[in-house]
Design a protein around this ligand. Structure first.
Ligand code: XLS
Ligand code: MG
Length: 351
């Protein structure tokens, strides 16, 4: 199907991260595709109509822990030049705090003060990289801030430690904004900040609540048993949705990072509608797809999940913009939800 000119006039800008062109490794088996260079990924990004790349600190500066500040500056600046030459923006930088031997038992909430110090120092270096790459957005996916058993940590103390860490980052750079990406579980049994409500609530305990916002990932909201479109409306009612990871998820299991709309087209449609009614993107926010190829994917189809997610988004945008709001309103006023339900289904089926 051809995407109509109306959908092409959208104000949305698109983004993905180098980890989204992944090699297929899972906990039960090795990679299924050979690794590709970062430069190749960057070139592909432009070719398939994307505008920006998101980074973990060590996507930007590999082996960051073994490198001096001078090296970090040199490599970040060289990367910024490559991005500028290709006309690609750096959307955000996120500290990858879940790989190091120093974060085995948590990063900011580790029981070991030396490990907590490492996490904060590493986050400051992540902020340095963001500054060199020209973005003020730091994303915090708090992968190991939680427990495998609740007795292992003091929950109240963990909240205080999280606030201390956020405060240190806010004080380190007066311009950066922190965007918390909640996820309720995996790798932890229970995470400390499982939902957008938690992220926005903890913002208010920090020294500068205005600079602490959130990022919604569709799959993470679904794993919390929530509808991602409600999370979008909630975050945007606070003016705090600063980034977005659209993808899909089939029920309450491991994080699947499926292509956008792959598991539930209607849930995807409602996310696009929520973004439209709230004007997402009008302050320069990007639509990022945190999606992965299915493990059996062949090398020649390696970018399909990214091309398809963007295409599905644009097609659903057209569906959102052509949804008969007047008729829907009349059905709501008549409390005729059966007809409203069918109307949505037929609209999505193109009847
Ligand atoms: C993992 C997260 C991660 C963040 C960035 O589930 O989605 O990829 O988006 O640190
Ligand atoms: Mg994500």
């Amino acid at each position: 199907m051809v995407i109509s000119p109306m959908a092409k006039r959208h104000p949305y800008k698109f983004c993905f991260g180098p980890w989204n062109i992944s090699e297929g490794q899972d906990p039960y088996g090795p990679t299924t595709r050979p690794a590709q260079s970062f430069d190749w990924k960057l070139t592909q990004l432009r070719k398939i109509g994307y505008d920006a790349m998101m980074f973990h600190d060590d996507d930007a500066v590999p082996d960051i822990d073994g490198k001096s500040d001078a090296q970090l500056r040199k490599e970040s600046k060289a990367l910024k030049k490559r991005l500028d030459d290709l006309g690609v923006a750096a959307e955000m930088v996120a500290p990858r705090l879940w790989f190091s031997p120093m974060t085995i038992d948590g990063a900011y909430t580790s029981n070991d003060p030396k490990c907590r110090k490492y996490a904060i120092e590493r986050s400051k270096r992540c902020i340095d990289i963001a500054r060199y790459l020209g973005t003020d957005l730091i994303v915090l996916w708090l992968a190991r801030e939680g427990t495998y058993m609740r007795e292992a940590k003091n929950g109240r103390r963990s909240v205080e430690l999280l606030v201390e860490a956020l405060d240190e980052m806010l004080a380190y750079d007066k311009k950066i904004r922190l965007s918390i990406e909640p996820k309720p579980n995996e790798p932890m049994d229970h995470a400390y900040l499982p939902t957008i409500g938690h992220a926005l609530a903890i913002a208010h305990l920090t020294r500068d609540p205005k600079r602490v916002g959130c990022l919604i990932e569709s799959a993470h909201a679904i794993l919390a048993g929530l509808d991602p479109s409600d999370e979008i409306d909630f975050a945007m009612a606070f003016g705090k949705l600063w980034s977005l990871h659209l993808n899909d998820q089939n029920g309450l299991k491991f994080d699947q990072d499926k292509p956008f709309g792959s598991a539930n087209l209607r849930v995807a449609f409602n996310q696009v509608r929520a973004l439209e009614r709230n004007g997402y993107g009008k302050n320069g926010e990007f639509v990022c797809f945190d999606v992965h190829p299915f493990r059996p994917t062949k090398v020649e189809h390696w970018l399909a999940h990214l091309e398809d997610s963007r295409r599905t988004f644009l097609l659903l945008l057209e569906k959102a913009r052509t949804f008969d709001e007047k008729q829907a309103k009349a059905l709501v006023a008549d409390r005729n939800y059966a007809a409203l339900d069918q109307m949505v289904l037929e609209h999505l089926m193109g009847v």
